[in-house]
Design a protein around this ligand. Structure first.
Ligand SMILES: [Zn+2]
Length: 378
């Protein structure tokens, strides 16, 4: 057993990190772990942090390993944001923390899970800490690619690239760690295109599988502009509902906790001095909901892309396995009803909608334009 067991399909990256744990000459104070969504960046960062604290280099069993993986080790700090940017007031306390020696561990480790969300101000605040590191402090920054991080930070960090793990490795993990039957694990890993977290959710959650099927059904449903507008509205509404379900419970708990800490639990009217704090929390929660909705929509579009990719595979007669094996029938029908050129044009439309939503275009506008472009032509 080792902390690296759950970092699947990433042998080269794991080798680099393990060597750094063992060999002081291979160690450095700032690491940049990059890889596509679902490649297990934060998983790898956690394993690395545990391996650094463990006297056995990451046995997976000792107190240092289990507390680091569980997020309660006093010398390991995880920073994850659900906002669109990591703001300077989040980073400043970390910079201070980085100057302190570890209280009991071997290292002070600060993991920033979405380093691509640092803006110029917060990035520059963090840069100082990376430039003048304390002796036992290690920064582990995670981002989709090196280009997503400020160039000044990138140039002072050592990059380790994770790759998309093989489908088989993801399926095997679902079986061994989560006890999921092999056939379900295989379908889920393929449908999730090796995104470990999504594969697990699909394997465990029949509702999630149903939602995914509903998204894929859009491709066959759109015959004209009317269907397109309707389908776009449904897609955006589902994303809103999903995002709401995911954040609602936590929002309420956070608000109750804030009121309690302010001594205003159960008060019918808040004193004016407290109102601004509550408003601040509500604004943060609204930003988080916006991002959750965008993430859900983006995932839906990645699913649609995978369907058209399958259609193209059939149309070109490429002997490659389908991503959506359980939708093979719909794939074949779409393949017969269109040409490869049309399929490529549809894939472009989906890609464009993703770019536009990432660039802050109103989701409904972007999705409508996409849906209209998906309808059969000629
Ligand atoms: Zn250990």
């Amino acid at each position: 057993m080792s902390v690296w067991d759950d970092v699947v399909g990433q042998e080269p990256a794991v080798e680099v990190l393990r060597t750094a744990v063992r060999d002081p000459s291979a160690m450095t104070h700032a690491w940049l772990l990059t890889g596509p969504p679902g490649s297990g960046r934060s998983n790898a960062a956690r394993a690395f942090a545990a391996a650094l604290q463990c006297v056995d280099g990451g046995c997976g069993r000792c107190h240092d390993c289990t507390t680091t993986l569980g997020g309660t080790h006093p010398d390991v700090t995880y920073v994850a944001t659900e906002g669109v940017v990591i703001r300077a007031d989040t980073v400043r306390p970390l910079v201070e923390l980085a100057q302190r020696s570890p209280s009991q561990g071997r290292w002070r480790v600060i993991v920033v899970e979405d380093a691509d969300r640092l803006n110029d101000t917060s990035g520059n605040a963090l840069l100082k800490a990376i430039e003048e590191p304390a002796a036992r402090t290690v920064w582990v920054l995670c981002a989709p690619s090196p280009q997503d991080v400020l160039v000044t930070i990138r140039s002072r960090s050592r990059s380790v690239a994770l790759r998309v793990p093989p489908v088989d490795a993801v399926a095997a993990l679902l079986v061994s760690r989560d006890g999921i039957p092999a056939d379900v694990a295989g379908v889920a890993a393929r449908a999730a295109q090796s995104h470990v977290g999504i594969a697990r959710r699909l394997a465990r959650d029949p509702e999630g599988r149903a939602r995914r099927s509903a998204v894929l059904a859009i491709a066959a449903k759109i015959r004209g502009v009317g269907d397109a507008v309707l389908a776009a509205g449904e897609l955006v509404e589902t994303a809103q509902a999903d995002a709401k379900a995911a954040t609602e419970h936590r929002d309420a708990a956070e608000k109750a906790e804030l009121l309690r800490s302010l001594g205003a639990e159960g008060a019918t009217t808040l004193p004016p001095a407290l109102r601004s704090q509550v408003r601040q929390l509500e604004e943060e929660q609204k930003r988080r909901a916006t991002r959750a909705q965008r993430d859900v929509l983006d995932r839906a579009m990645v699913d649609l892309l995978s369907l058209y990719r399958d259609v193209l595979v059939v149309q070109l007669g490429a002997g490659v396995e389908l991503v959506n094996v359980e939708h093979a029938e719909a794939v074949r029908t779409l393949a017969e009803q269109s040409t490869p050129e049309q399929t490529l044009r549809r894939m472009d439309a989906v890609g464009q909608a993703r770019t536009r939503i990432a660039g802050n275009v109103a989701p409904l506008l972007a999705v409508e334009a996409m849906a209209i472009a998906l309808r059969p032509q000629g």
